[in-house]
Ligand binder design. Structure first.
Ligand code: ATP
Ligand code: MG
Length: 226
């Protein structure tokens, strides 16, 4: 049986808003994420996808319930430990591609490795390797403005996976891309899962991608539905 890398127990997340009322963004959510799989969280706008992703990725905490990472509870450990977890074991890819516009694709990835304190003598090799893994070996020295939207997102993915995280979280990574490019990105995720055993969790409201996923969780008003 495959190893479960992340799981949750009865996650709830309430947001208090200005007028004193409460939005129940997640209600008793239970998920199990298998190591080396592509999981899609889908659901309409406002259904809780980002809220759930942020809690799984230790960027936010639930109001109630627990998150387990490799069997250990991570919802009540110190911020320092959560910070280390995010920095070394996790990676994040977002809808708006936050590349540094004055840097080439190569420099964007290499810079990320510097921040992750990756050893100097391995950075060049690793940067070239991950850019090749996302099919950008011929675009390495282009700046973001000289790349298409899909290519820019691939640079962001290369930057995210460069330090070999255990889990990659991608919140609507294809929302700003056309359908064909979006499919390419999801297939790339699938390939990274198959070749390197990565675990990837992505959100989308685009139903055309769900066939590619190993597992799909559908959210409706903060609840997982069948
Ligand atoms: N910081 C916040 N304060 C108050 N309410 C919030 C906050 N963040 C999210 N919500 C509410 O929680 C619910 C879930 O939001 P969430 O962002 O998780 O949805 P989503 O599925 O990611 O939507 P989208 O597809 O538009 O990104 C929504 O009703 C939203 O208004
Ligand atoms: Mg969202």
């Amino acid at each position: 049986m495959a190893e479960i890398i992340i799981s949750t127990k009865e996650l709830c997340r309430d947001f208090k808003i200005g007028d004193g009322s409460v939005v129940r963004a997640l209600k008793n959510v239970n998920v199990e994420i298998e190591k080396g799989s592509l999981t899609i969280l889908r659901g309409r706008s406002g259904s809780g996808k980002t809220t759930l992703t942020n809690i799984l990725g230790a960027l936010d905490k639930p109001t109630k319930g627990k998150v387990f990472f490799k069997g250990d509870v991570i919802t009540d450990i110190s911020e320092k430990k959560r910070d280390d977890l995010r920095r070394y074991q996790m990676a994040f890819v977002f809808q708006s591609i936050a590349l540094i516009s004055s840097m080439t694709a190569y420099e964007n990835v290499e810079f990320g490795l510097r921040l992750a304190k990756y050893p100097y003598d391995l950075r060049d090799k690793r940067t070239r390797e991950v850019l090749a893994n996302v099919g950008l070996e011929k675009r390495m020295f282009h700046r973001p403005g000289e790349l298409s939207g899909g290519e820019q997102q691939r640079v962001a993915i290369a930057r995210a996976i460069a330090h070999n995280p255990l889990v990659v979280f991608a919140d609507e990574p294809t929302a700003e891309l056309d359908t064909a490019t979006s499919l390419y990105i999801v297939k790339l995720f699938k390939e990274l899962v198959a070749r390197f055993g990565m675990t990837i969790i992505m959100t989308t409201h685009d139903p055309s991608m769900i066939d590619i996923a190993d597992k799909v969780y559908t959210l409706e008003d903060g609840e997982i539905v069948e």
